[in-house]
Design a protein. Structure first.
Length: 78
């Protein structure tokens, strides 16, 4: 595992690049992600009139997507 800016990266991490035409709009988008538990990754930057900030979060637990034995028996009855 690598460590970048205090965030430990693993296979369960998800990265997203937020963008907005104005710094205030980017700030709103970043604050929304931070409230959802995401963390900043790197520094904000601008390119071609757009403002960007990378954020990193964790993938949702996939356990609820797995088939249970009850699901399998119901499928076999059909």
């Amino acid at each position: 595992m690598s460590e970048e800016m205090g965030v430990i990266m693993s296979q369960q991490s998800v990265f997203e690049l937020l963008s907005a035409p104005y710094p205030a709009e980017l700030s709103e988008a970043v604050n929304t992600k931070l409230a959802q538990g995401w963390q900043l990754f790197g520094h904000p930057f601008a390119d071609s009139g757009e403002f960007y900030q990378a954020v990193v979060g964790r993938m949702p637990d996939d356990k609820r997507l797995r088939k249970t034995s009850a699901d399998g028996s119901a499928a076999q009855e059909q």
